[in-house]
Every structure is written in structure tokens, then in C-alpha cells.
Design a protein around this ligand. Structure first.
Ligand code: NAD
Length: 461
């Protein structure tokens, strides 16, 4: 399937503009109906979606159901259950007489027409979860799936118009070139998931129209292992996280910084767990995800070849199928090629440092989306929270902070800004519009200081 033409995009843009202006998407009944239809769209097309995920990523059905599809359906049900609560007016505290007498309210109004730009690594979840939040907020929407997961893009282009209101939720396809035309138009919100380099292009384009933006980016998330960790369980969690989607997860462990006193035991355990997950060191199981495309395969291949570290596990790879084995590299210095950018793949560099060294290395790589600290010392946990900055933190496991339904998810600094998940997503697509009624007329008698001619006696000043 080719990309949308400029004329097709313009038509879609005017359609959603007109629909939003009509007020149709503000109706709570409409929002509920679209959310239910989104749930059924996923349910009815599970097999097609799993097949597309296999085509694009060679991802096993179980992983696709749990991570892409299951999380999305859970989020839709949670949103339906809480729609009224999350979208109702807020009443500021009553102690202020202006609030009390004026009956102040904060209305959550949809921002307008939202553009949602998806990423390829979870091409269903990361495109449709923001869409769910935008529908719940009452926005009209243009959805732009990633052009790097083409099979998933094609399924979304086919099913979205079959299930959702074609005057209010439209899907367009675009690569980098077509995006220039799309980003020329003013939107009321842009929600972007992807790399920081493209994030800057989106942000600059949005600035021309003063369009608010959510940037869900990535970064070099470290796992920090101290001597106060359970070494076996740390290795298990880190290996399992790196195995998932072959490391192509924004929240994934990019590298491990391990205290030198426990490094040897930790690396040995890591290898054992990769053996278990692969079903044998040289096995290439069908349930292991491959690298999305040759460009990313070549990038990982080059970073590994240029590294001065030692490959102590894995390293096998095959460009034709884009299989890239989980690979442990020890003796990595902060100046190494493997440390020059977010890996977004199954290579796991190991750096030696104590907790102070881990903080200093982490501060030099921007602010990651997550930090995973493996320690059972409460004092060390407090230090992690106080002495580092990141989107979120998980102690003694990886990526868990993305899961709680109502907790905000988002980056900081180089990992982006803005939040979503649960009420935070609905808020991201909403404008908080305060309104107040004039105070009762009998209050006028107490307000003489408001009116000129001014005199200090009126205010006792
Ligand atoms: P990407 O930036 O290449 O692409 C993301 C989206 O931007 C795609 O829809 C793509 O079509 C579009 N795009 C590409 N070039 C463009 C351009 N020049 N102008 C306008 N739009 C353009 O990102 P990616 O490779 O798909 O994803 C990998 C990155 O995304 C990693 O850095 C990862 O950490 C991050 N990520 C973040 C999250 C999160 O939730 N924070 C989730 C997944 C991925």
C-alpha cells in the first residue's frame, strides 16, 4: 500500500476539522461507542494483527497478545469504566470565597483535532493507546501508523474505517517526506512516539502553530546492580527484558552497570538465563523476535563490530532473516561504540562501577525513560531516587513502572515530555477551561475597593 497523497491528507484533515467543529465528538455517548468499537476491532481482528506482527517483527503470538493487544484491550475497558470520572468538571477547593460564591468549575474540554504518530516496535499498542485517550477526551483524530511496520500499517488502514466513525477518526499513511506536508497543517495536539531526532522535527513543526505536543521518546536506560541485589533474580529479570521483542523496546535495559565485586557471578547467571530462554545457546527459536529491518540490523552489527568490549555470550546474527542473538559484551567503557547511542536491540553491554560511578555514567547519557536499580538496601534506593533523573524507576525488576493503570507514563528531558495512561492520557488531550459565575449581587457591598476612584482608606492599606 502506498502513502496517502497530499490531496487525500487534505481531505481527511478538513473532514475531521468539520466534525470537531460540529461538536459530535464531545458527546459522551459517541465517545463510549467509539471506545467499544475499538475494543471489538481488536477482538475481531486478533489473528490478522498477530499475523501482521509476525510479518513485521517475527514476533510470537503469545508476546503479541500480552504486550500489544492485551494491554490495549485492558486500557480500553479501564477507560470505559472511568470515562465519567476522568472527564467530569473539577471543583477547586471551597475555602477561597471566590470559588465558593462564584461556583468555580474546571471543565475538561477536548483540545480539538489531534495527530497521533505511532512507532514500529509496538505498532498496534503505541498507535491505538493514545488514540483511545484522545477519543475519551472527545477529540477528532488523524492517526499516522509507523511506516516501518508495513504489515501492521496495512491492517490498521483496513480496519479503522470499518469500525470507527469515518468522519472523526481517520488514518493516513506517510513516510518522512509525506510528513512534511502533514506537519505544515495546524493541529490542536500532536502525540508522537519515536526517536528523539524525529521528535525534534515534530516539535519544531508544531512550534510554528503553537501546537502542544507530547513526545514519548526513548533513551539509554541503565540497569544498576549493586552487591545488595539478589544476583540470580536480577540476571533473570534483565535477561528476560532484553529477550522481549529482541530488545526493541523504548523502556528496555540499554546496558548494565554492575558493581565489580558481583560482576562475574551476575554475568554467568545472565548467560544461563539466555540459554534457558533460547532453549540452548545455539538455538534460534521461532518465538524470538527479529530486527525490524536491514537498516537497524546493520546499525547494530556495526556498533558491535566497532566495540572494544569482549563478546562473552551470543554474537550470532544473520542479515537475511534479521536474526540477532542476545549478546553480552563485557569490559565496555563509556567511550565504547555500544555506548554512543540507544541500542534498541538485543546487545547487552556490561560496565563495571559502584553506585557513585553508576550515577555519574547515567548522568552523562541524558535522562532515560527508565532506571532499573537492583538492590535490597533502602538507603541505596533512596539515593537512586534522589541522585538521578528519569521518566520512571523500577526497583528489582525492569519496566514495571509502565504497568499500573492510573500511573502517569512519560519521559523527562531527552526521553520526552507529557504523560499518558489512564486519566493522564485523557488530560493530555484536554484543555482545562476554568469558568466562574459572577458572585451574588449582595457581595457588591463588600467590594468597594475594586472600583476607582482609588483611595487607600478603602483597603485599609
Ligand atoms: P522514528 O522516530 O523513526 O519514527 C517514529 C514515527 O515518526 C513514525 O511514524 C515515522 O513514520 C515518523 N517519522 C519518521 N521520520 C520522520 C520525519 N522526518 N518527519 C516526521 N515524521 C517522521 O522512531 P522509531 O524508529 O519508530 O522508534 C524507535 C524510537 O522510539 C526509539 O528511540 C525508542 O526508544 C522510541 N520509543 C519510545 C516509546 C515511548 O513510549 N516513549 C515507545 C516506543 C519507541
Amino acid at each position: 500500500m502506498g502513502f496517502s497523497t497530499a490531496a487525500e491528507f487534505d481531505q481527511a484533515y478538513h473532514t475531521v476539522q468539520d466534525t470537531f467543529a460540529s461538536g459530535a465528538t464531545k458527546d459522551k455517548g459517541w465517545r463510549r461507542q467509539q471506545l467499544k468499537r475499538t475494543w471489538w476491532m481488536i477482538e475481531d481482528n486478533r489473528d490478522r494483527l498477530c499475523a501482521a506482527l509476525y510479518t513485521d517483527l517475527h514476533r510470537h503470538r503469545q508476546e503479541s497478545i500480552i504486550a500489544d493487544i492485551g494491554m490495549l484491550q485492558k486500557d480500553i475497558l479501564h477507560t470505559l469504566q472511568n470515562l465519567d470520572k476522568w472527564t467530569q468538571d473539577e471543583i477547586p477547593t471551597r475555602w477561597d470565597p471566590v470559588n465558593f460564591l462564584g461556583n468555580t468549575r474546571v471543565r475538561k474540554e477536548p483540545k480539538g483535532v489531534a495527530l497521533i504518530i505511532g512507532a514500529w516496535n509496538y505498532p498496534i499498542l503505541l498507535t491505538l493507546q493514545p488514540m483511545v485517550a484522545a477519543i475519551a477526551a472527545g477529540c477528532a483524530i488523524i492517526v499516522k501508523p509507523s511506516d516501518m511496520a508495513l504489515a501492521c500499517q496495512d491492517v490498521l488502514v483496513d480496519i479503522i474505517p470499518q469500525y470507527l466513525d469515518t468522519s472523526a477518526v481517520l488514518v493516513v499513511t506517510a513516510g518522512a517526506q509525506e510528513m512534511q506536508h502533514i506537519l505544515d497543517r495546524p493541529f490542536d495536539h500532536i502525540f508522537y512516539t519515536g526517536s528523539g531526532s524525529v521528535g525534534k522535527i515534530i516539535y519544531a513543526a508544531a512550534a510554528k502553530h503553537l501546537t502542544p505536543v507530547t513526545l514519548e521518546l526513548g533513551g539509554q536506560a541503565p540497569a544498576i546492580v549493586t552487591p545488595a541485589a539478589d544476583i540470580d533474580l536480577s540476571a533473570k529479570h534483565i535477561a528476560a527484558t532484553k529477550f522481549q521483542n529482541a530488545g526493541q523496546i523504548c523502556l528496555n535495559v540499554n546496558h548494565v552497570i554492575v558493581d565489580p565485586t558481583v560482576r562475574e557471578a551476575f554475568v554467568e547467571k545472565l548467560g544461563q538465563y539466555f540459554d534457558t530462554f533460547l532453549g540452548g545457546r545455539d538455538n534460534r527459536p521461532d518465538y524470538y523476535t527479529h530486527i525490524i529491518n536491514e537498516r537497524n540490523f546493520d546499525r547494530l552489527d556495526r556498533l558491535l563490530r566497532e566495540s572494544s568490549g569482549q563478546i562473552v555470550y551470543g554474537g550470532q546474527r544473520d542479515r537475511a532473516t534479521r536474526f540477532f542473538a542476545p549478546t553480552i559484551v563485557t569490559g565496555v567503557q563509556p567511550s565504547d561504540s555500544l555506548f554512543s547511542e540507544e541500542l534498541f536491540g538485543p546487545i547487552l553491554p556490561i560496565l563495571d562501577a559502584d553506585l557513585d560511578g553508576a550515577f555519574s555514567i547515567t548522568r552523562k547519557t541524558g535522562r532515560p525513560l527508565g532506571i532499573y536499580a537492583f538492590t535490597h538496601s533502602e538507603a541505596e534506593k533512596r539515593r537512586v531516587l534522589n541522585e538521578t533523573q528519569s521518566g520512571g524507576v523500577t526497583f528489582n525488576d525492569c519496566t514495571l513502572h509502565v504497568l499500573p493503570s492510573d500511573a502517569p507514563f512519560g519521559g523527562t528531558g531527552t526521553s520526552g515530555f507529557g504523560y499518558y495512561h489512564g486519566p493522564h492520557g485523557v488530560r493530555e488531550f484536554s484543555h482545562l477551561r476554568t469558568y466562574i459565575n459572577a458572585m451574588p449581587s449582595w457581595v457588591e457591598g463588600l467590594l468597594s475597593a475594586r472600583y476607582p476612584p482609588y483611595s487607600l482608606e478603602k483597603t485599609n492599606a
